[in-house]
Design a protein around this ligand. Structure first.
Ligand SMILES: NC(=O)c1ccc[n+]([C@@H]2O[C@H](COP(=O)([O-])OP(=O)(O)OC[C@H]3O[C@@H](n4cnc5c(N)ncnc54)[C@H](O)[C@@H]3O)[C@@H](O)[C@H]2O)c1
Ligand SMILES: O=P(O)(O)OC[C@H](O)CO
Length: 347
């Protein structure tokens, strides 16, 4: 059982996960680099920038000091956006207990290296057994978890004991936590669904209707599974919470930052202005860039990702991107999904 538990950082998802821990009776240290936010959480029990109108448990105590958050912590939940994961891991290393349970809930790849978040953590935290690094993913909007709406997520680690320790820490009557040994699949599914979420916002913004969105989700899942299995994931993971589950939540919910960003793009708002207006991390934008490179590295076809890349970074109109997707060379549905590695795992 973990005694001291900390969450890095106090964004939307970090604050919601801190609330789950507090509801499980844990005193939680929540780290933020923003002093005003620390004062607001400690004095008013609110994090109004990210989660308006929600009162936080007094068991959640915020701190500005990364050392205070990390030192002697038995479990640390890392919810830094993917761009900050390496920097924060590097900074926390000197204070970290060697047997601390590290769980991350970030959905993205590192730009440049194209590494998954557990790979980044393994690089920067050499004293921690990499098999015990845990990823948490699945359909889980902070705005709903903080209101205790029923939610299911999955935790994955190579070491089942570590995944079960994370499950023990977080599971409760409204937050149901499953385990899965497929770290790659859970991380890849969580990251890539954000690309499709952006596409769903665009599709809805263009008024293309339900058929188009169903097509995007289904064919999006096919390309997620294709890249994921090429990277070593179990294809069945994509039929679970970190795959289709998270695609449904992200592509159908107006809580989704990725959906909302895509929706704004459809109105013709330039990408930089969209990101400024959002004021929250929209992981799908950088992930589109990473996936565009990853599918070339692994030699798999990802037409939706390619078209979204063209829209985001090459000035292509979303209408033309949709037209080009519909006009692709005719093909089979299933053969594309069943890569050799998928077939092997399913045998
Ligand atoms: N919001 C959700 O519902 C949700 C759910 C599941 C997963 N996630 C994932 O969680 C991660 C965080 O998302 P979020 O929605 O909480 O983001 P957010 O925009 O709500 O908050 C991000 C926070 O991180 C801080 N930050 C950014 N870079 C930092 C750095 N280098 N050092 C310290 N602090 C830094 C920001 O100041 C901000 O407070 C993302 O990968 C996202 O995909 C979010
Ligand atoms: O709001 P989004 O689009 O970043 O998605 C948040 C979560 O990943 C949904 O599970």
């Amino acid at each position: 059982m973990s005694n001291k538990v900390s969450v890095l950082v106090a964004g939307s998802w970090g604050t919601a996960l801190a609330s789950v821990l507090a509801d499980n009776g844990k005193q939680v240290l929540l780290w933020s680099r923003n002093e005003d936010q620390v004062i607001e959480i400690n004095e008013k029990h609110r994090n109004s920038r990210f989660l308006q109108d929600v009162e936080l448990s007094p068991l959640i105590v915020a701190t500005n000091s990364l050392q205070e958050a990390v030192e002697d912590a038995d479990a640390i939940i890392m919810v830094v956006p993917s761009t900050g994961m390496r920097e924060v891991a590097l900074r926390m290393r000197p204070f970290l207990k060697k047997d601390a349970l590290i769980i991350h809930a970030t959905k993205g790849f590192e730009i440049g290296t194209l590494k998954r978040m557990t790979e980044v953590l393994a690089d920067e935290l050499p004293d921690i057994d990499a098999k015990r690094l845990v990823v948490l993913s699945g359909p889980s909007h902070a705005e709903e978890v903080i209101r205790k709406y029923p939610t299911t997520v999955v935790v994955a680690a190579q070491d089942l004991g570590a995944a079960e320790a994370a499950q023990d820490l977080l599971i409760n009557s409204y937050f149901r936590v499953y385990t899965n040994p497929d770290v790659t699949g859970v991380e890849v599914g969580g990251a890539l669904k954000n690309i499709i979420g952006l596409g769903a916002g665009l599709t809805d913004g263009l008024g293309f209707g339900d058929n188009a969105k169903a097509a995007l989700v289904t064919r999006g899942l096919a390309e997620i599974a294709r890249l994921g299995t090429a990277m070593g994931a179990n294809p069945l993971t994509f039929a679970g919470l970190a795959g289709i589950g998270d695609l449904i939540a992200t592509c159908t919910s107006q809580h989704s930052r990725n959906w909302r960003a895509g929706n704004k793009l459809a109105k013709g708002i330039p990408l930089d202005d969209v990101l400024r207006e959002m004021g929250m991390v929209v992981e799908g934008v950088k992930t589109t860039k990473a996936a565009y490179e990853l599918c070339r590295r692994f030699d798999v076809t990802m037409p939706i990702t390619d078209e979204l890349y063209n829209v985001l970074f090459d000035g292509k109109s979303p209408q033309l991107a949709a037209q080009d997707l519909m006009g692709r060379v005719r093909t089979h549905e299933i053969e594309e999904v069943a890569s050799e590695s998928a077939t092997n795992v399913l045998k």
